[in-house]
Design a protein around this ligand. Sequence first.
Ligand code: CMP
Length: 387
Amino acid sequence: MTHRANIYRLSNPANQDKVGRRMRAFEVLVNLIGIVSVSVGTLHDLSGESRALAATITGVVAALFLIEYLIRLWVAPENPHFSASTSAQTRIAWAFSPTGIIDLLAVIPALAVASGEARLGADSASVFVLLWVSKLATRASGVALIARVFHNERSALGAAAALFAMVLFSSATVAHWLEAEAQPQFFGSIPSSLWWAVVTLTTTGYGDVVPQTPAGRMLGGLVMLCGICVLALLAGILATGFAEEVRRREFMRIWDLVAQVPFFSDVGAIAVADIVGQLHSRSFSAGTRIIHKGEAGDSMYFIVSGSVQVHLGERTKILRDGDFFGEMALLERKPRSADVVTLTQCTTLVLEVADFYRLAGQQPDLIAAIETEAKRRRALNAAPQLQ
Ligand code: CMP
């Protein structure tokens, strides 16, 4: 792998290895430090030294962002989303993408300092709080998730927004009829009544405009109740949308992992969907004892990547990508027959005991294949002279 490909891999948010995660955490930390230093720089009663310190930190953060921008521009040709014919074209495509534009805007303080046109840390730099928050948003996977949920639920959210608008305009109109005479300055027209309607419907209740007629107050109570219902509806739509999106993403992630285990390669797509629903992933660092001999077995493991060592008394056995272990205790309902320790960092798919028996009913062929391998292992273990 070239240096450029390596650096791209490390900076890619999809990369979940330790170094990549640490680099992203560092980037977020620098971003947060930058936001805090710019914010602190806007305090009026700050001493001269503190202001200078805040300005220096802001400058350092901006300089780091400049370096990061140049690196990202350099590695852009490695990004599969920008498939242009030449490296220069790919870099231009990245530079004009939303991420590229935000990253460029985020380094403007550094460019300004370099050209001697601006002093950092002053009120004028406060605009960079917004830019750096946007930069942070492009890095946070949660933001993409929220955007996806809003997109998925757009029709339900649209219906709730339409309901909100209907109640808003109806209540502003009725409030105008009921209150215009008593408080013409607040309810003299429908647009001016809208302020009261928004404040009441969202249950904010500043209390700056209050209906005075008995009918107006009754309307106020009704609008508050409607507000609670509409907000509850919105919260329900978003909560369901989130749960569904998270489940869908987890399903796709497990699906990808299952595709890497040859044991499942002969199973049809429908059966794989069954299996994916029952598995979850777990990663272990090197030297972890996943299975302790003599313990009760509550799950079995499929190795997606990495290797483990099975300790069988004097002998050991190494299992690698695509192998499985922990099946014997589930099949025989006996304690674990050996210790299993990871030799390298391992990603596994875990099948819990209850799901194992459920799967046995749904996919008998699959469990039969596991049983055959367990029988072979048992015979091997019973023959002391064999390795
Ligand atoms: P279990 O008994 O649940 O826990 C220990 C696991 O080690 C066992 O299931 C098997 O999956 C695995 N194991 C035992 N013997 C062998 C062997 N000879 N070769 C490979 N794996 C084994």
